[in-house]
Design a binder for this molecule. Sequence first.
Ligand code: ZN
Length: 340
Amino acid sequence: MFDTTIAGSLPKPAWLAETNKLWPQWQAQGAALTQAKKDATLLWIKEQEDAGLDIIGDGEQSRQHFVHGFLEQVEGIDFEHKVKMGIRDNRYDAMVPQVVAPLRLKGRVHALEAQFLRAHTKKKIKFTLPGPMTIVDTVADRHYGDKVKMAMAFAELLNQEALALQADGVDIIQFDEPAFNVYMKEAADWGVKALERAAQGLTCTTAVHICYGYGIQANVDWKNNLGQEWRQYELVFPALAKSSIQQVSLECYHSHVPPDLMKLLADKDVMVGVIDVASDEVETAEQVADTIGKALQFVPKNRLFPCTNCGLAPMDRDVALKKLKALAQGAALARQRYGS
Ligand code: ZN
């Protein structure tokens, strides 16, 4: 009960990449970089285990960014000529690669990381991939001329990689779809369908993470303008409830999401965000257990997985580590409080 997990990313050590950045530059190249990525992954596997987490990830130590890490292995994308584009409905600008030809995988994307993760922990492992809709919102289209068509093309590629990750021994494959909270109507119309295409044929657990983004200033400003009640999930959850996706990761602690929206997820597993990623203040075990208690009004205890609100990538390493511990300790306290 209350198996703990993180949304996905963790801070990269200073010897691997620039710290406190969403698109950090690597500190090494070639074979040295490959080794440094492995070392950082091993470090975070150990830290997650020692903190007491139940489901372990690679902390996305091998990707510069959660979307572009996947795209680097896709043919038909021009990475040499990135262009500036407003993403997430123009919330902030990013330098994005361009889709210039039909999309095809060059080969495996995350084989090394997944197999390395599987080899170094006996616990359940989760692997994250960007969702099709979020990818479409993070590239410039110079070829397809149609968002849905391009999303379905990406979904096919994601599906190829997801099936291979499952064969690598991954227990849970999670697609990250922050774009679902920005384009709610489109998410319900075709975003969920594209997601199901990406998860087609998987027999491992499938999950989707929908959040209000990393704790960067552009997101903080955006959230300040969303009003007293954040009801974005209300439009997407009914479509997800009817979908084949089994788990949904959502923001809860310190957000303005009305917790009763979790009811809309019907019989899905719910990864409840009990750790705020937009604040360096470390949660206490009591606060984490209290958040779990609130969610229990709407989610049965056998389907509740305490989680972080989003990735921890741009945070200080020390703070992130303390938050992992708070997550595990809070879940342990909740087991005592609500267990019987
Ligand atoms: Zn997120």
